[in-house]
Design a protein around this ligand. Structure first.
Ligand code: PLP
Length: 433
């Protein structure tokens, strides 16, 4: 047995699903993907058998500079040497808060945590406390906000969540302002907050983000933008800056600290301070975690912001994204595949769409493409570009893309299953295993 097989088997015996994120499990990758990673550096990872891959997953998009980027690692190590944690708030905790508040003009106060779900859930709780209302309205097209009940209970994976909780989350459609008005009108006076990402693979049209903000004001609804993916990618000040929109509350995570576990809930003082110690006010138990202000992560966050400013990280991500997207589009067109392989979304966060003979997105054909990229040493479950993806990496990816596209074309002309070794990749979000 290879080490991948040995550790892979153990992982499934010891950890439900074999990993701590559903999007990092074996079933969402082709069978020739590395099963267990030994270490990572830059934009590369090495599996336990010593195979090296050029990585476009970048740890669920959380690493936006590069794995183990020395300046950032040193900042984290300095905090580890500083004790890493303490019985009272630490200096780096205050400095990190100051860094974020100074960076984002619409953030007056912040709370740090370790996971994105913690801060999005905290945002909804705070909104309920602020408004005294019970309903949450979430964007239907955006795939994930939290593993907590208020969100997962509103998806097909609602197993284990009581109906009473499910009933409290409602939906609207992105870029459809009427759908927002409809739900606000139907539940007038009962909606605490609306939550969405500023953008995913559909970009905002007709000032949608601003129009939602206006409606939130009119109906007294707290406007929450989840910048988990878009923050520190569209711009150092996130997609809010890029699209010129100001939310009441905002959440950040991936990209804040180059893969160190740091997330944040920020926003208007008037709302945030409910989680504070205002004398006589009812206590809102906002976020209170043992590890939320771990010094190493916060040291990494401060240095990540410095690196972003010194090296213009987001400009580079956009530039490499444009190079990759235009190259892939050209190759798809060379193979007359433009209707079967195309890119949607902003070039700083491109979304690959791979279709079958019926021109609808297909996991079979996606498996073929990803499997063929892996044969060339490229791990590309989706595309997350980091600062250390340079021209050389992009060009190598395009060379591999040409080979993969050739096989994709062949599979569209034949029986796709003949081109797949092992199982077809599966979506994370589905009702049954
Ligand atoms: C938009 C969005 N919000 C929230 C989360 C939850 O973040 P975490 O995995 O850190 O809990 C994710 C994670 O993928 C996300 O993509």
């Amino acid at each position: 047995m290879t080490k991948n097989e040995t550790y892979g088997k153990k992982a499934h015996e010891l950890i439900p699903a074999g990993a701590h994120t559903y999007s990092r499990t074996d079933e969402v990758f082709p069978s020739n993907a590395p099963r267990i990673i030994d270490h990572t550096k830059g934009v590369y990872c090495w599996d336990v058998d010593g195979n090296k891959y050029l990585d476009y997953g970048m740890a669920c998009r959380s690493v936006t500079v590069g794995y183990g980027f020395d300046r950032i690692s040193e900042a984290a190590i300095a905090q580890i040497r500083n004790g890493n944690t303490a019985s009272k708030a630490s200096k780096v905790e205050v400095e990190a808060a100051e860094t974020l508040v100074e960076l984002i003009p619409w953030v007056d106060m912040i709370k740090f945590a370790k996971n994105g779900s913690t801060v999005t859930s905290a945002a909804t709780k705070l909104a309920r406390a602020y408004t005294g209302r019970k309903y949450i309205v979430r964007c239907k097209e955006h795939s994930f906000f939290s593993y907590d009940d208020w969100f997962i209970g509103n998806t097909v994976m609602d197993c284990g969540i009581p109906q009473e909780i499910k009933d409290l989350t409602l939906q609207f459609n992105y870029n459809n302002i009427q759908s927002v008005k409809d739900v606000f009108e139907k539940y007038r006076g009962q909606i605490a907050c609306l939550i969405m990402e500023p953008v995913d693979d559909q970009e905002p049209r007709d000032n949608f983000l601003q129009a939602v903000g206006e409606l939130c004001k009119e109906y007294g609804v707290v406007y929450i933008l989840d910048e988990m993916i878009t923050g520190f990618r569209w711009d150092i000040q996130g997609a809010c800056k890029y699209y010129n929109v100001v939310p009441d509350l905002v959440t950040y995570g991936k990209g804040m600290a180059n893969g160190f576990s740091v997330t944040a809930l920020g926003g208007k003082r008037e709302i945030m301070e409910l989680g504070g110690l205002i004398p006589g006010k009812e206590r809102v138990f906002l976020i209170s975690t043992t590890h939320g202000a771990e010094m190493s992560g916060l040291g990494a966050f401060i240095e990540t912001v410095n690196v972003y400013k010194d090296l213009q990280v987001t400009d580079h991500i956009w530039k490499m994204g444009r190079r990759l997207c235009s190259g892939l589009k050209e190759i798809a067109s060379e193979f007359k595949l433009s209707e079967f392989f195309y890119i949607t979304g902003a070039e700083c966060s491109p979304n690959m769409v791979i279709c079958g003979k019926d021109k609808k997105p297909s996991f079979d054909y996606r498996t073929v493409f990803c499997q063929e990229m892996l044969k060339e040493g490229i791990l590309m479950p989706y595309i997350a570009i980091a600062y250390e993806h340079n021209e050389a990496e992009i060009d190598r990816t395009l060379d591999a893309g040409r080979k993969a596209m050739k096989t994709l074309a062949d599979s569209l002309n034949g029986n796709v299953r003949d081109f797949i070794v092992g199982d077809v990749i599966k979506p994370v979000f589905r009702k049954y295993n």
